[in-house]
Design a protein around this ligand. Structure first.
Ligand SMILES: Cc1ncc(COP(=O)(O)O)c(C=O)c1O
Length: 480
């Protein structure tokens, strides 16, 4: 990783790339932002991108691609079967993870579908450090239950703990000693829903030991591995002198299966499953033509596959994988300095605002993280994502589980924003924090039964949004 000091003493992350393709942005006046968010049912997933100034919804499929990725797309081999593109991608994955078998899938959740359909049985449990929305949906759809074994400290909102994503291995051992079947144990790198928090190599090793003791399969969700690799390199002594490639192998050698969303890992659009064991590969493979497409493209465009192969290669470059975490750390530190309650230490994926504390007057039943997402859009045309109770699934008896955390995620797609844009986002969120008493709650108007946060529509519980927009206009005059 390149370290560049500023003569001024300022501690700023410096981009080790230049921008050569740009996309024009618009910033609507606050009155139009108010209308847009209300038309979207206060659900940031339903906003039109044309109405968004900074799209911080996700990093999924929207990281900037490199010139090498774009160039590789032109070399794609379009053959339905046996394409050279598949060979290149499979070889890249093999080289990275040291596993012999690779199955392509059209994105990360498709890999989860194949794993869950094949392995999860009714009544079984799948222990994991923490769930991800689509992972849980696939496991429960197949009659399994997700058991989260994140250590208590992992859920503390402010902390200096370097690896909050670690699993409690004592709890895993007790669970494994029980009598419910465990189709696999899942570790999620860069644990998404607790704020992009990494898992340590020591913890993966400890989980492996328990798996060996009880003959369990260990599956790594590597979607957010790039950020996790950066944190392993800078926070775990064992990794300090290793190359990124060597760190990947230390992790992957401990796992039986590694799946990933290539919308995140590899900075393109697709996914895949790397498998160590041939028998398991054969079993999973039978579902690929059923759900994805032929085995040599798995529902992906061959152009994207070429881009993924190069993107995976670029994941071994510290300049590349440090950009996201360093910009995120900048944003989190700036907001923390302005008193805004942030999840700390800064993780990967994005800056995570602690909505439970930001809006401590809004009860969880009124979706504080969802309300904050709507408010941040009104305040700055910035689109974040609710990661709290709205993202939970109602139980079959109709009761609503309250989320452990209420987070507003402001994702930092890699190499997409400039530092002045990040400073703008800091400014608008800090303004909102000063005016937080104006923000009220939300309630569902339309609530889909599965993954409700994607399509659900909500209304404000009072006229707080109009009051917020009016305050913005009063404070900012004729500024957008
Ligand atoms: C940790 C994790 N696993 C799985 C997925 C699902 O991947 P995809 O969106 O490609 O289906 C995601 C997507 O955000 C993720 O963050």
């Amino acid at each position: 990783m390149t370290s560049v000091k500023f003569h001024s003493g300022e501690d700023l992350p410096l981009e080790m790339h230049k921008v050569r393709i740009v996309q024009k942005l618009t910033l609507l006046p606050v009155e139009d932002r108010l209308k847009a968010v209300q038309a979207a049912g206060n659900n940031t997933f339903l906003l039109r991108n044309a109405d968004v100034f900074m799209d911080m919804l996700t990093d999924s499929g929207v990281n900037a691609m490199s010139d090498r990725q774009q160039a590789a797309m032109l070399t794609a081999d379009d053959a339905y079967a046996g394409s050279a593109t598949y060979e290149r991608l499979a070889e890249r994955v093999r080289g990275l993870f040291g596993m012999d078998y690779f199955l392509p899938t059209h994105q990360g959740r498709a890999a989860e579908n194949i794993l869950s359909e094949s392995l999860v049985t009714p009544g079984s449990i799948v222990p994991m450090n923490y769930h991800f929305t689509t992972t849980k949906a696939h496991i429960t759809r197949n009659g399994g239950e997700v058991v989260e074994l994140i250590r208590e400290e992992g859920l503390e909102t402010t902390s200096a703990l370097p690896f909050k994503g670690d699993m409690d291995t004592d709890a895993l051992r007790s669970l494994a000693a029980g009598d419910r079947p465990i189709p696999f144990v899942r570790i999620e790198a860069g644990t998404n829903l607790i704020g992009g928090q990494p898992v340590s190599l020591a913890n993966v090793r400890a989980v492996r030991e328990v798996c060996d003791e009880f003959g369990l399969l260990l599956v790594l969700d590597a979607s957010l591995l790039a950020d996790n690799l950066y944190f392993l390199k800078v926070r775990e002594d064992e990794c300090a002198d290793l190359s990124v490639g060597e760190i990947v192998r230390r992790v992957s050698d401990l796992c039986d299966v590694i799946y990933f969303s290539a919308r995140k890992l590899g900075c393109a659009r697709g996914g895949g499953i790397a498998i160590r064991d041939q028998a398991l590969h054969d079993r999973l493979r039978s579902l690929v033509p059923l759900f994805e497409g032929f085995l040599t493209y798995g529902g992906m465009s061959v152009r994207e596959m070429e881009a993924i192969a190069v993107g995976l290669d670029e994941t071994l470059d510290m300049d590349m994988i440090s950009q996201g975490p360093q910009f995120i750390a900048f944003m989190v530190n700036e907001l923390t300095a302005r008193g805004v309650p942030m999840i700390t230490p800064p993780g990967g994926l994005g800056a995570h605002v602690n909505a439970m504390e930001f809006l401590d007057h809004v009860p969880q039943q009124a979706y504080p993280a969802g309300a904050l997402a709507a408010a941040v859009y009104i305040a700055g045309g910035i689109r974040g994502m609710e990661r709290g109770t709205m993202s939970e699934q109602r139980k079959p008896d109709g009761t609503e589980p309250l989320s452990d955390m209420e987070l507003l995620r402001l994702a930092m797609p890699r190499r997409v924003f400039t530092l002045s844009q990040v400073k703008y986002a800091v400014d608008r969120v800090a303004w909102l924090y000063e005016n937080r008493h104006l923000v009220g709650g939300l309630e569902f108007i339309e609530e889909p039964p599965v993954l409700r946060f994607f399509y659900g529509r909500l209304g404000a519980t009072s006229d707080w949004q109009e009051k917020l927009a009016a305050k913005f206009r009063a404070d900012f005059g004729d500024s957008l």
